[in-house]
Ligand binder design. Structure first.
Ligand code: SAH
Length: 256
C-alpha cells in the first residue's frame, strides 16, 4: 500500500526527499514525483503546486498513475482561529472551500453535486499525524525548530501547540487582517469554526472523496493571514516548516 505525501512548495518537500531510500524521480503531467521508501514503507512524494486546481491534478495523478492507497498533505497555512499562532501545528479534521459560492442555487460554501460544504479527513490517519506532531513539538528538537527563527516568530509565552479542526482552502493568499477577520466571522456565523486558511487541502480532500481514498493533512502555521503574512512567510518556510514536515512525517510513517 503506497502512501502519497503531498506538499505545495518544493521547500516544504526538500527535507523529506533526503530521507527517501531507493529514490526514483518521475515526470508526469508536468510535475516531478519521487518514488521510494520512508521508514521502510512505499511512498510517492508529490508537489501539488499552489491552488486548488493544481492540487486536484496532482491528487488525481497520484490515484490514476501511481495507484496510491492514501494521501497525506504537509505544508504551511495562515492561522485565523483564536489562539492559532505562528509555529503551532494544525491537523485538519475537515476541509471547506471558502471561495465556493453557488448561491442562491446552492447554500453558500456547498459544493454542487456533493450536497455538503465540508469534507471529512480520515480519523485514524489524522490521529497518527496529531500524535507525531505532539511528539515532535514536545521534543528538544521541536523547541529548537522554532528558536531557529532568530526572533522572527513573535515572542509568545505559550509553547507551540497542536490544534485539530476545520481548515479552509481557497485560491487566495490571505494577507490582510480585515480579510482574515471577515472570512472567519462569516464562516463562524454559519457554524463553520475555521482554524486556518491555505490554498490546496480542500481540493485534495474532494478528489480523495471521489476515489474513496483516505486523506489527512498537517499544516504548520507560517503566518496569521494578516498584513504581515507575506513578510513572515519565505523565511518561515525555509527555516521552520521544512523541519516540522520532516520530523512529523517521519514519525507518522513509523507508526503507519
Ligand atoms: N511564496 C510562494 C507562494 C506561496 S503561496 C512562492 O513564491 O512560490 C502560499 C502557500 O502557503 C500556499 O501553498 C498556501 O497553501 C499556504 N499558505 C500559507 N499562508 C497562507 C495564507 N495566509 N493564505 C493562503 N494560503 C496560505
Amino acid at each position: 500500500m503506497t502512501t502519497a505525501i503531498l506538499s505545495a512548495l518544493p521547500e516544504e518537500q526538500s527535507s523529506l526527499v533526503q530521507h527517501l531510500s531507493h529514490p526514483q524521480r518521475l515526470m508526469h503531467a508536468g510535475r516531478a514525483f519521487w518514488r521510494g521508501e520512508l521508514q521502510g514503507r512505499p511512498v510517492v512524494l508529490a508537489l501539488s503546486g499552489i491552488g486548488k486546481v493544481a492540487a486536484a491534478t496532482t491528487a488525481t495523478a497520484l490515484v490514476e498513475r501511481f495507484g496510491v492507497a492514501r494521501m497525506v498533505f504537509t505544508g504551511v497555512a495562515g492561522g485565523v482561529g483564536e489562539g492559532v499562532q505562528v509555529g503551532d501545528v494544525v491537523v485538519a479534521s475537515e476541509y471547506l472551500q471558502h471561495d465556493m459560492d453557488a448561491s442562491p442555487l446552492f447554500p453558500r460554501w456547498e459544493v454542487p453535486g456533493y450536497a455538503r460544504s465540508r469534507f471529512a479527513c480520515d480519523a485514524a490517519l489524522s490521529a497518527l499525524l496529531s500524535g507525531a506532531a505532539r511528539a515532535y513539538l514536545a521534543s528538544a528538537e521541536g523547541q529548537l525548530g522554532l528558536n531557529s527563527m532568530g526572533g522572527q516568530v513573535p515572542a509568545t509565552s505559550a509553547a507551540p501547540r497542536v490544534h485539530e479542526g476545520l481548515v479552509a482552502s481557497g485560491d487566495r493568499f490571505v494577507c490582510a487582517a480585515s480579510e482574515a477577520l471577515h472570512l472567519r466571522g462569516t464562516l463562524q456565523a454559519a457554524g463553520h469554526d475555521v482554524l486556518a486558511v491555505e490554498m490546496e487541502g480542500a481540493a485534495v480532500a474532494q478528489v480523495c472523496q471521489d476515489y474513496g481514498r483516505p486523506f489527512a493533512a498537517v499544516r504548520t502555521i507560517s503566518d496569521r493571514a494578516d498584513d504581515t503574512a507575506h513578510v513572515d512567510f519565505p523565511a518561515f518556510v525555509r527555516t521552520v516548516a521544512t523541519r516540522y514536515a520532516e520530523h512529523i512525517l517521519l514519525g507518522f510513517m513509523q507508526k503507519l
